[in-house]
Design a protein around this ligand. Structure first.
Ligand code: PRP
Ligand code: URA
Length: 209
């Protein structure tokens, strides 16, 4: 069964509280999604393979280490977009491939509308980015696509998960590690995470009317 890692840290707790607040405006919300993504990335990349590299410091030659493999960041549009920049700053050699899903509001099923994966260049290690793991449908569908593409190690990095979504993703893909800032109580009848933070896409892009 996949590991679920909740990164507990005072900075994460503090930022998450502001993110959840209904009065937080889109500019601050976007900023926090970005920062929280970067903080979670630190733990999610802890086991990246590294290899020795010879470095000449101003004083002497030494053996240091560099990340061995190509890394793909795969944000699920739209809300996952907000997590890219902070993580990309930490993993500057990463490639970014966008996948678009929206949830059908009645069935809650994910509907694919965009896929920018290069067909002939699969990357082994993928960080799948989406702030919300609600029913798990979007994460499962994206993981299916990434595995068909050829990805060997996939980690889901999100901000808030519902128990239902975590269980669904674990059952569908037991090899996918899950990194979150918090596990909330439940889903409501409309598939929203409670207490959650509302609609992560609408709150980032100011499309809540
Ligand atoms: C939200 C969120 C996830 C998905 C999670 O996307 O960003 O992608 O719902 O729900 P699930 O676990 O039940 O699949 P949404 O469909 O609202 O699209 P958006 O990002 O464009 O707002
Ligand atoms: N998508 C969101 O943006 N928020 C939720 O609570 C559930 C799905």
């Amino acid at each position: 069964m996949s590991n679920v890692t909740i990164t507990n840290h005072p900075l994460i707790e503090h930022k998450l509280s502001i993110l959840r607040d209904v009065n937080t405006n889109p500019t601050v919300f976007r900023h926090l999604v970005n920062e929280l993504g970067a903080l979670l990335c630190y733990e999610a990349t802890r086991d990246l393979p590294i290899r020795p590299v010879e470095v000449q410091t101003p004083l002497t030659a030494m053996t240091a280490y560099e990340i061995e493999e190509e890394i793909a960041l795969v944000p699920i549009l739209r809300a996952g977009l907000g997590m890219v920049d902070g993580i990309w700053d930490l993993v500057p050699n990463a490639h970014v491939f966008h996948i678009g899903f929206y949830r059908n509001e009645e069935t809650l099923q994910p509907i694919e509308y965009y896929n920018k994966l290069p067909k002939d260049h699969p990357i082994n290690i993928c960080l799948l980015l989406d702030p919300m793991l609600a029913t798990g449908g979007s994460a499962i569908a994206t993981t299916n696509i990434l595995k068909r593409w050829g990805a060997k190690k996939i980690k889901f990095v999100g901000l808030i998960g519902a128990p239902e979504g975590i269980t669904a993703l674990q059952n569908a893909h037991p090899d996918v590690d899950i990194h979150l800032a918090a596990i909330d109580e439940r889903l409501n009848e409309r598939g929203y995470i409670v207490p959650g933070l509302g609609d992560a896409g609408d709150r980032q892009f100011a499309t809540l009317f």
